[in-house]
Design a protein around this ligand. Structure first.
Ligand SMILES: Cc1cc2nc3c(=O)[nH]c(=O)nc-3n(C[C@H](O)[C@H](O)[C@H](O)COP(=O)(O)OP(=O)(O)OC[C@H]3O[C@@H](n4cnc5c(N)ncnc54)[C@H](O)[C@@H]3O)c2cc1C
Length: 372
């Protein structure tokens, strides 16, 4: 249920394991492909996509960034993460992460789904057959998940006062091989390279301000953006219509129900700081594939999946929530804490390596960085 990036990838990987898959989404393929968004892709996602040869198929669309520039604009501190700060097994790829636009990703996934003999596609309203008695039901139907509702699963929920605004812009003075996360009192601002001088902006601020900014004429919008960018960066051109989104942390009380599982944003959401969202959804897919491979009745598979995902989801939810709370305010105690933390990060390669490991492979993998 759901052919967004999570449901589509899960369908492909299940078919790869010789399972018959029926993939349903009420939206047409054109609508599903049309989202104007770019994803930050981490090494955990790279490994998953590589299993199916999808990584190589995306090469022309992946924009690698070799540097991650983290700045606290209130305190004036800067920490630069470089390829050398990656754990050894990731270092060979010469990128801290990649930026991937939604459209080429979905084009590639739908192309592969159409070729997969074991996948039946029901997109754009054609009614799917009812699932068989022993089938696993995979709900990847997004944050409002009608399937989760119908299973009676409730959620823990925290709506942030901050919303976020996304826009694609041409920037002068920004490095095309570098991603930036700027912490400002009104919220984090991410600048993600899209190739040449094009960048995706993910600008967090109080929701009413995001909405106001999304409705500004493009010249006024660019002026406002210029006023918050670091010295030396100048926005030249707006490439799409800015869009404002609400932000929330959400976690379903259960991730399985009988022979059904919740994956992707049907089961959880987190703040976009650090670009964790889709990578976390795809780690659900990774774990689901492992438990399906172990075999057994669908209800056992579902229960095993549900148990295995908790720690990663809670840790990433906590980490992103803490980042936003600690870095988006002027409380003097937290400013002292940030001051110490950023100085430690700047001066200690081991600490930079641990934080990158948590960000790129998931917090549960931190221990693997230690022997390196
Ligand atoms: C502003 C913003 C910026 C973001 N930036 C990043 C980033 O930089 N990096 C990153 O990794 N992530 C990012 N994310 C998060 C990322 O977009 C999501 O994690 C991702 O879209 C989740 O994919 P999904 O397939 O789980 O859900 P969705 O993409 O929401 O897909 C759900 C699908 O389910 C379908 N559906 C709805 N109802 C039904 C039904 N009854 N039956 C069947 N199907 C149904 C919908 O049509 C939809 O196609 C961002 C999110 C936002 C809002």
């Amino acid at each position: 249920m759901g052919a967004g990036p999570t449901g589509s990838l899960a369908a492909l990987l299940l078919a790869h394991q010789n399972r018959c898959v029926v993939l349903y989404d009420p939206q047409s393929p054109e609508t599903l492909q049309a989202r104007s968004r770019a994803y930050a892709i981490t090494h955990s996602s790279r490994r998953l996509l590589s299993q199916l040869g999808l990584w190589d198929a995306l090469q022309d669309h992946l924009i690698a960034f070799e540097r991650l520039d983290l700045r606290d604009l209130t305190l004036g501190h800067q920490v630069l993460f470089l390829n050398d700060d990656l754990a050894l097994r990731n270092r060979g790829h010469r990128a801290i992460g990649w930026i991937l636009d939604h459209r080429p990703l979905m084009d590639m996934l739908f192309g592969r789904l159409q070729q997969a003999a074991l996948v039946q596609l029901h997109l754009g309203g054609s009614t799917p057959p009812a699932p068989g008695q022993n089938s696993l039901v995979v709900a990847a139907d997004g944050p409002l998940s009608p399937t989760r509702e119908s299973w009676g699963i409730r959620c823990w929920f925290n709506r942030y006062h901050q919303g976020c605004l996304t826009a694609k812009v041409v920037l002068r003075g920004a490095k095309s091989n570098q991603a930036c996360e700027l912490f400002r009192p009104e919220g984090p601002l991410a600048i993600l390279p899209l190739g040449k001088n094009n960048f995706q902006i993910v600008w967090s601020a109080p929701m009413h301000r995001c909405q106001e900014r999304s409705a500004l004429p493009s010249s006024t919008f660019l002026d406002q953006l210029a006023s918050v960018l670091p010295p030396g960066m100048e926005p030249d051109l707006l490439l799409d219509q800015p869009k404002a989104f609400t932000q929330q942390w959400m976690l379903a009380h259960r991730l399985s129900h009988g022979r059904g599982v919740l994956i992707g944003e049907a089961g959880h959401r987190c703040h976009p700081v650090g670009g964790q969202g889709l990578n976390l959804c795809w780690r659900d897919v990774d774990v689901l594939m492992r438990v399906v491979k172990q075999g057994g009745p669908a209800a056992h598979v579902a229960a095993r999946y549900g148990r295995k995902r908790w720690i990663d989801l809670i840790l990433v939810g906590l980490a992103t929530d803490l980042l936003v709370r600690v870095f988006s305010n002027r409380n003097w105690f937290l400013m002292v804490f940030r001051n110490v933390l950023l100085k430690l990060l700047r001066n200690n390669a081991g600490l930079r390596q641990l934080s990158l490991k948590a960000m790129t492979d998931g917090p549960m993998q931190i221990w693997r960085a230690l022997p390196d």
